[in-house]
Every structure is written in structure tokens, then in C-alpha cells.
Design a protein around this ligand. Structure first.
Ligand SMILES: [Zn+2]
Length: 287
């Protein structure tokens, strides 16, 4: 168990009975790390000796559904993690857990703890309470408030990137320039502004195969937001290109529109007409 996994180190400590009360983990892929953490939390807590899957206990089931009361994930509320979010956590954790051995908190974007929320958080890391386990997650340890950092066991977990460049056979330079163009284009579509969308695209990329790549990236953006909405692991590098706040249903209907566009494009449909149709359909489906 966890042989090749990045969380092996924490698992080994658990087996030796030397689990720290709080870990600070720097990672390049938060969604993947959270998924792996959930596996680790199952291993540590499952009464059925979890071995990679468990259909027997309520605990594993609740973790899968993000419904375990003793597992609390905190993420920034707006620009920062607020003091009241931490106060709530404290109240929550005054009660002993029902299903699990530990009360566990995960702080995502821990660098967003501000002065007052970090202070409130210090109680957990300063006077560790038996039965409480914490994970601070960040993309950059160097910007974590020192009082927190110094009281956590710290480790770095790096994942290989899901390589979109290999998948679409494009260069980093192409990807960078497409990212900007896609962000601009999708923003214009969402804003309903009366602009010439076709020219926006065709001035930059006119070859059919380049337009195909562009729309394949747009497809990747939507599919990754779908994964995100379904609490699956997704590629942050892709979702960072453009922010989608729509629900699962809207995202699926847009994936259909993009798929149809790519299909028509491959059948040599008239490019300008296809681009017009695309904008109209995307706007009609705006959630
Ligand atoms: Zn279980």
C-alpha cells in the first residue's frame, strides 16, 4: 500500500505510530494531492483494513462522497481564509469523531491564511490535541506564515504533469499564445459583446489544423471543469486558462457543442459559418 505513492512517507510514519499532528505539503497539483490524501485518510481510519478499495464501511463511503463530518476541508472564502472559517472548525472539532479515529482538517491554499485566521489556527498546531490531524496544502511553502510553517512537518510532493502538450502535439510557445487567445475569446462570448469573433480567431490562427488545436484546448478546459465539478482529479494548468462557474449540466451541453464543432471542422465545413454557429450556440446555452 502506497508503495509508489507520494504520500508513502506519511503512511510509514503512521505505521510506526509516529504521525505528526500537522503536515505542510507543497505540491504542484492540489487536486491530485487531495485525492491521494483521501486514500491515506481511508487507510488510517478504515475499520476494515482498507487495501485500495472498500465497499464495507460507512467511513470510506462518506469520504468518497465528501460527506464525512470529521473531515473538514477549508479553502479561501474570496481572497483569503477568514478567521470565522477557523472558528467554525474549532467548534466542529470539540466533538469526538463518530466514524473515524481522527478529526482531520485540510487547508487548501494555506498561503491564504491571513494574520487573524493564522492566529486562530495556531491553537491546533501549537498545543496539538490528541486525535486531531491537519494538512496544510500550498503551491509554495515560502509564502506560508512562519508561525504555522515552523510547527508543521513539512514535505514536497511533486506530480508529473498531465502533459497536454504531448497530447495535442504542440510546443510550449504555441500553448502560451493559444491560452491568451482562448481566454479572450471565451470571455467575449460569455460577455455577449457585439464583436467580430471570427476575426479575433482568424487573425491569429487561420490554418484549419491550428483552429482544431485551439478548440481541442477549449474542450480540455470544459472537460477538466466537469471533472472538478464531479470531485474528480483535474488539471489545474488547464482550468487556470479560463474560469467557468457553470453547473455540470451547462458544461455537458457546451462539451456537446465543442464536439460538434470539431466534427464539422474535420468534415471540411465552412470555417466562418462554423465559427458563427459556435458563438450562437455557446451563448444560447449560457447558464
Ligand atoms: Zn473502509
Amino acid at each position: 500500500m502506497f508503495k509508489d505513492n507520494n504520500l508513502k512517507e506519511i503512511y510509514e510514519k503512521y505505521r510506526e505510530g509516529r504521525l505528526a499532528h500537522a503536515y505542510l505539503i507543497e505540491t504542484n497539483n492540489t487536486p491530485k494531492l487531495i485525492n491521494d490524501l483521501k486514500e491515506l485518510i481511508k487507510v488510517i481510519n478504515c475499520p476494515e483494513e482498507y487495501q485500495g478499495s472498500c465497499k464495507l464501511c460507512n467511513l470510506c463511503n462518506l469520504i468518497d462522497k465528501n460527506n464525512l463530518p470529521s473531515l473538514v476541508t477549508i479553502e479561501p472564502d474570496g481572497a483569503s481564509i477568514k478567521k470565522n472559517q477557523i472558528e467554525e472548525l474549532k467548534i466542529n472539532f470539540e466533538t469526538k469523531p463518530i466514524y473515524s479515529k481522527y478529526n482531520i482538517y485540510i487547508i487548501k491554499n494555506a498561503e491564504k491564511l491571513n494574520g487573524s485566521s493564522a492566529n486562530a489556527m495556531l491553537k491546533f498546531v501549537e498545543e496539538p490535541t490528541e486525535g486531531i490531524l491537519g494538512f496544510f496544502i500550498t503551491n509554495n511553502k515560502d509564502v506560508i506564515i512562519p508561525t504555522i510553517k515552523s510547527r508543521c512537518q513539512s514535505l514536497v510532493i511533486t506530480y508529473d504533469s498531465d502533459n497536454i502538450l504531448d497530447k495535442l502535439n504542440i510546443t510550449t510557445e504555441q500553448f502560451t499564445s493559444y491560452k491568451e487567445l482562448i481566454n479572450l475569446y471565451l470571455n467575449k462570448i460569455a460577455s455577449n459583446a457585439l464583436i467580430n469573433h471570427k476575426e479575433l480567431i482568424l487573425n491569429k490562427v487561420s490554418e484549419r489544423k491550428d483552429i482544431e488545436i485551439l478548440f481541442k484546448i477549449i474542450f480540455e478546459i470544459y472537460i477538466n471543469y466537469l471533472e472538478k465539478n464531479l470531485n474528480k482529479s483535474y488539471n489545474e494548468e488547464i482550468t487556470n486558462i479560463y474560469e467557468i462557474k457553470e453547473g455540470t449540466k451547462e458544461i455537458i451541453s457546451k462539451l456537446n457543442i465543442i464536439t460538434k464543432f470539431l466534427q464539422d471542422l474535420s468534415y471540411n465545413g465552412n470555417m466562418e459559418l462554423l465559427l458563427d454557429k459556435f458563438v450562437i450556440e455557446m451563448r444560447e446555452n449560457h447558464g
